[in-house]
Structure formats: C-alpha cells, structure tokens
Design a protein around this ligand. Structure first.
Ligand SMILES: [Fe+2]
Ligand SMILES: [Fe+2]
Length: 206
C-alpha cells in the first residue's frame, strides 16, 4: 500500500479533523524514529498513519483494530505494519509488542495529543511556537490535555526505552523528538497558524 492509498483510506473512513491530525502526527513521529533507529521509514510511517483508521467504524476498545485489521490485510498492508497496529491495542487483540516499530507506535500515540493540545491553546495555533518547557510545565496540570493518561505515557516511553534505547529514553527527550517531527509537518497538521485566522462562529441564538 502506498502512502497515497493509505491517506485515501483514512480520508474515506475518518471524518473528524482531529483524528486525521492525530494520525498525521503519529506518522511524523514514526518517520523521525525510523530515521533515528535505522528502521524502514516507509513501514514505520505507514503504521503511524493507519493505526487508528478504523476508529470511527469500530469505535470501541474491544473492536478497534480487531475488526479493522482484516481489511488492511486484504489491501496489502505489510505484516510488520499490521503487527504494530495490532499491538497498540494489545488488550483487545492479544498481540504483544515485539518489534521496535511496535514500541515506537505506542510511545508516540498519546504524546502527540499533548503537543496538539499545547499548540491549540496558543493564540497563534501554530505548533512551531510550542516550546518543550511549556509542555513540561503543563504536564502536571490534569486539566490540560485531560485525555492523555500521564502514567500510560510514562510506561510506554519506558518500554520503548528498554526495547530500543538500551534502557534509557528520557520522557522529555522523547517529547522533544515528537515535537520536532510535528513542527516539520505543521502545514499538513493545519497547525501552522491557519486556525487562528478562522473567524469565530457567531454565538448561538437564544
Ligand atoms: Fe488506537
Ligand atoms: Fe492513536
């Protein structure tokens, strides 16, 4: 499956702009880590871009990935990519993380949510204005990016470090890598300031 075909599949099945942005963000992060770790850039990127493609058609933790993967297999998505996608919902699929790509995918998944939230709270709505220190500061504010489970992020980062960095991957080095990767694709993420220019909707009629 080419990148273009994968993006088409996402476009056909994902309506929510936020979910598309999430997958593009994880794709960028996976590309960065493939380069860093000598992984296959195309495969790692594909895993990031496709990992939640079926969320709107299978919107429960029990069915997400479980019911979507046969379709990906039919469409010729390579097995290592399927393995990575299956293992990001191990609780439902029973597929554990094995390859470096699997650990990277899980570790990048939620971190992108923190960064997107940090970009969207800025008046500029531009991810290129986000600094690591502001994410660090907000990390302890439970109300900030409340959907991002901090314990889960720490655990996934530690596992990724153990599997791919000889046991050492500092959480903030990790966030910094993902942030840099997302800044590189700011326009694709529509986090390049264009949302700041959008007129605010009129107040609801009473
Ligand atoms: Fe998912
Ligand atoms: Fe995800």
């Amino acid at each position: 499956m080419t990148r273009e075909e994968a993006w088409q599949l996402v476009g056909d099945n994902v309506q929510a702009a936020g979910l598309r942005r999430h997958m593009l963000s994880v794709e960028a992060a996976m590309r960065a880590y493939a380069r860093k770790l000598g992984g296959d850039v195309e495969l790692w990127s594909l895993a990031g871009l496709l990992h939640d493609w079926d969320w709107e058609i299978h919107p429960t933790l029990e069915t997400h990935v479980v019911d979507g993967t046969p379709t990906l297999r039919e469409k010729g998505v390579p097995e290592p990519v399927l393995q990575a996608i299956l293992s990001h919902n191990e609780a439902a699929t029973g597929v554990p993380r094995r390859q470096p790509m699997d650990f990277a995918l899980l570790a990048c998944d939620e971190v992108t949510g923190l960064i997107i939230a940090a970009a969207l709270v800025r008046p500029s709505k531009d991810v290129r204005d986000v600094e690591l220190k502001s994410i660090k500061k907000r990390w302890k504010e439970r109300i900030f990016a409340a959907g991002v489970d901090r314990d889960h992020v720490e655990k996934a980062t530690a596992e990724f470090g153990a599997a791919c960095f000889g046991g050492q991957l500092d959480l903030w080095d990790h966030v910094s890598t993902v942030l840099a990767a997302m800044k590189d694709v700011a326009a694709e993420l529509e986090l390049d300031g264009r949302l700041a220019a959008a007129p605010s909707p009129p107040p609801p009629a009473t």
